[in-house]
Design a protein around this ligand. Sequence first.
Ligand code: 3HC
Length: 389
Amino acid sequence: MAEQTNEQIAQTLVFPYLNQAVKFLQDEYATATDIDNGMRFGCGYPAGPLAYLDSVGPAVVRDALAARFAETGDNLHKPVALLEKVADEGGSFTGGGGAANAPVPAFKHDITTIGVVGTGTMASGIVQVFAQAGYDVVFVGRSQDKLDGVVGYITKNLDRAIAKGKGTEEDKAAVLGRLTGSSDRAALAGVDLVIEAIAEDLAIKTELFKDLDAILEPGAILATTTSSLPITQLAETTSRPSDVIGMHFFNPAPVMKLVEIVTTVHTSAEVDETVKALTAKVGKVGVSCGDRSGFIVNALLFPYLNDAIKLAESGAELGTIDAAIKEQVGFPMGPFELLDVVGNDVSLAIEKELYAEFKEPGLAPAATLERKVAEGKLGRKTGEGFHTY
Ligand code: 3HC
C-alpha cells in the first residue's frame, strides 16, 4: 500500500467516526449538543464530531466516504442518510442554538453524603471529584492497603496541584478530611448516592447491587460507572430499579469533565434530574443517553481506535499515525498513546461488546489488539502496550 500523507491518515480514521456521529443523531439516540459535548469533554477533543464535520463541509465528508465505500464495501463507510441529506441541502449539523433554552436541572433528592465502591483508578478519581466539590465521601474497598491507595492517589494529585500553585495545604487537608474509608459495605448505610466502580464483570456487579439494595436506605440512588454492561439488568436485580442509573466518568476522572448519564426504562425522572444537578454541582458536564453498548463516547471512540490498529496492520507506523491525528485534528493524544492509557484489555472488552451489539463486520476487534492482550502487553500499566514505557 502506498504511504499515506498525514492528511490522508486523518481522513481515513476520522471520517467514519464523523459518519457514526451523524448516525447517532439520525437514530435520535442523543442530541447534537450531547454528541459533541461527549467527545469534547470525554476525550478532550477541540471540537465535537458534528461541529468538526460542519467545519470540513458535509459534502466533502460525504464524497470522501462514498468513494471509500465504493472501494471497501464496508457499511461503516457508507454515508448515512442524514449526512446525504444535509450535504445535498448545503445545510449544517450545528449552530441551531437549540440548547440555549435547556432547563437547569434541580435536586429532587437531598444529596449530602456520597458512597463510592472500588479502589482502582476510576474509583480513586471519583472519590477525589466529590471530596473536592465539598461532599463527604465514604469509600469501600477490600483491604486497608487498597483504601490507603485511594488516599495516596488523591494526595499525589493534590500535592501536584500545590506544587503548581493551584492549591494550598489547607485545601488538601479539607479534602482529605472529608474521606472515610472502610472495608465493610455496611459503612454505606447512611449515604444518599452510591457510585460503584468495581470490576467490569456482570456477576460481580450483580452481587454488589443486591447487597447495596439491602444496605442502603429507601430513596438512596445507586449509580454504576460501567462502560459496557447492561444497566437495565443490574437495575432489575434490585428492589429499586427506578433509583438505578449510570454515571460514566472518563479517565482520568479528576481531569476529564464528562459524565455520561445513562437512564434505563426504569429510571425515574427525579433520579435522572438529581444526577444531572449533581454532575453540574461537581463541575462536570453531563450528557444524556440510553442504555446501549458504548453509550455515546465509547461507541464513537473505540471503532476509531480499532481502525487505527488495522491501519498499522496494513503497514503505517504507529508514531506516524499518532502524530498525524494530533497534528491534523488536534486530538490531545494519538490513538496508540490513548490505547496505552486506557489499557488494551479494557479496549478489547469494549470492542467485543460493540461488535456483539452492532454486528458490523468492520467493528471486529483488530487481530493485533487480541495479540497484545494475550501477550500481557496491556499499555502503561504493564510498561508496554503499543508503545514502551
Ligand atoms: N490524575 C489527576 N490529574 C491529572 C492526571 C491524573 N492521572 N493526569 C494529568 N492530570 C492533570 C495535570 O495535573 C494537569 O492539571 P492542571 O491543568 O491543573 O495543571 C492537567 O491534568 C493536564 O495534564 P498535563 O499537562 O500533565 O498533561 P496533558 O496536557 O498532556 O493532558 C490529559 C493530559 C488531560 C490526560 C490529555 O492528554 C487528554 O485529555 N487525553 C485524552 C484522554 C481521554 O481521551 N480519556 C478518555 C479515555 S476513554 C474512557 O475513559 C472511557 C472508559 O470507559 C474506557
